[in-house]
Design a protein. Structure first.
Ligand SMILES: Cc1ncc(COP(=O)(O)O)c(C=O)c1O
Length: 450
């Protein structure tokens, strides 16, 4: 039995017991696979700032921040206060609230391309509505998206998210690979799979379906592809292609919105027609939003004589999420964004020093307040280049387990960190020291991969 396993048993008695009950009532014992870990998930007692305490009493330093959704860490006092005040007044009504108007005013003022906005409940829903609105506006059906990009679980958006060497096909003719079995063929046929940051191949692939494409869906910093920024040239090339071919350029900024004050889109000379948002804009509560040009957003307008895209949602724009989101985004002002980005860059440099000291073939990608470690010497810039085979993934998991059980540190399962404003230099020192020991542990195995 390895030492990681022993440690996990010592620290997990109560969680093991709860998981025993969980599997009796929840499929696989979980409601989201993200939190599953072997031999069982750990259950939270409380969380504050950058720390989460489990029910056994172990306190862990959290760099996952609920998959990049908590920009101010856990239970921020100003958010708690505002949400508590709202809760006494009710949490959801079949009526409008000023909370949604205030929040819409804030976001639309923040990003120049946001002329109109609609709130919903998740990033998945935002991407789904963005795709449907694109179809309605252009009168076309096909959707182009990058191989490996994660955009939530709408049937179209998830195609090719998990493409692997056995099914991704020739690089010049990438397959549209379903994630869920029995995905209807019609959906697969309506997808055009492109390559992130590869202008020539992307334009060539788009050209083959030019008169049928409603939108090109891009996450400018796609975490699952490898967490690197789309180049300006790439975005410009796609933008120009969409102008010529009556198609929309639509951004999934569910994760990347944090990169600049006005979103990752502020990094580019051209802007998307529509943007899907989620995660940090909920201030820790469920949210999604679709924002963009009025002319396109109008397809959702119930005042139209002929409503082309009816849109609702029982909890859309509920005042709890919109209040929490507004407070969180007010706190994440221009100065806070710059400060957090600079702090993250400093942390990356510190970790790069650790990599050099241990002399391990690891590189770092990232943007703004996010970064990801890759077990390869050369920095990848494509999905296929960053793809981890089974052997590499096993070492990634070993390092993640080591950090979780031995160092009480939580990272995202891609070896990514999504920073929050509550992190301190001491937290980074602790992460660097843990990675120093962790890299030494896995170095013999990584060296063998190269
Ligand atoms: C880039 C991106 N888009 C969309 C989504 C879906 O968001 P949600 O989980 O809120 O449905 C995610 C979730 O991780 C995401 O990372």
């Amino acid at each position: 039995m390895n030492s990681n396993k022993l440690a996990s048993e010592d620290k997990s008695k109560e969680s093991k017991h709860i998981y025993g009950r969980a599997v009796e009532v929840l499929t696989g014992g979980v409601s989201r696979n993200t939190i599953f870990r072997k031999p069982h998930p750990f259950y939270v007692k409380s969380a504050s700032g950058s720390y989460i305490k489990d029910i056994e009493g172990t306190e862990r330093l959290d760099f996952a921040n609920n998959m990049a959704s908590l920009i101010h860490g856990h239970s921020h006092p100003a958010i708690i206060e505002a949400v508590t005040e709202q809760l006494y007044k009710g949490s959801a009504y079949t009526m409008g609230t000023e909370a949604e108007v205030l929040f819409a005013e804030l976001l639309n003022a923040r990003t120049p391309g946001f002329e109109k906005i609609r709130f919903m409940n998740s990033g998945t829903e935002a991407v789904m509505t963005m795709i449907k609105a694109s179809r309605v506006f252009t009168g076309k059906h096909k959707i182009a998206k990058a191989e490996g990009a994660y955009h939530g679980t709408y049937d179209y958006a998830e195609i090719s998210q998990t493409a692997n060497p056995s099914n991704w096909g020739d690089i010049d003719k990438p397959n549209a690979v379903p994630v869920v079995q029995e995905t209807p063929k019609g959906i697969i046929d309506d997808m055009v799979i492109i390559h992130f940051n590869d202008i020539e191949r992307t334009i060539n692939l788009l050209d083959q379906h030019a008169d049928q494409i409603a939108c090109v869906l891009i996450d400018p910093v796609p975490h699952r592809i490898g967490l690197f920024l789309a180049t300006n040239e790439y975005i410009e090339a796609i933008y120009n292609w969409t102008r010529k071919n009556n198609a929309l350029l639509v951004f999934d900024e569910v994760v990347s919105y944090r990169v600049n004050y006005a979103g990752a889109q502020d990094s580019y000379s051209v802007k998307p027609d529509l943007t899907a948002l989620g995660k940090i804009i909920g201030g820790g509560f469920p949210i999604g939003a679709l924002a963009g040009k009025s002319e396109i957003m109008n397809v959702l307008d119930p005042r139209a004589t002929f409503l082309r895209h009816p849109h609702s949602g029982t909890f859309s724009a509920n005042p709890v999420s919109t209040t929490a989101g507004r407070v969180a985004m007010e706190l994440f002002d221009e100065a806070a964004v710059l400060k957090l980005n600079a702090f993250t860059m400093k942390a990356r440099k510190q970790i790069e020093e650790v990599i050099k000291t241990v002399d391990v073939p690891v590189c770092i990608t990232g943007a703004g307040s996010m970064f990801r470690l890759h077990f390869q010497k050369n920095t990848p810039n494509t999905y296929r280049g960053a793809y981890q085979d089974k052997d590499t993934k096993a070492i990634v998991d070993e390092l993640l387990d080591y950090l979780f059980f031995k160092k009480d540190i939580i990272m995202i399962n891609t070896l990514a960190c999504m920073f929050s404003t509550t992190l301190t230099q001491n937290n980074i020192d602790r992460l660097s020291e843990a990675l120093f020991d962790g890299f030494k542990l896995v170095k013999p195995k990584i060296d063998q991969l190269v």
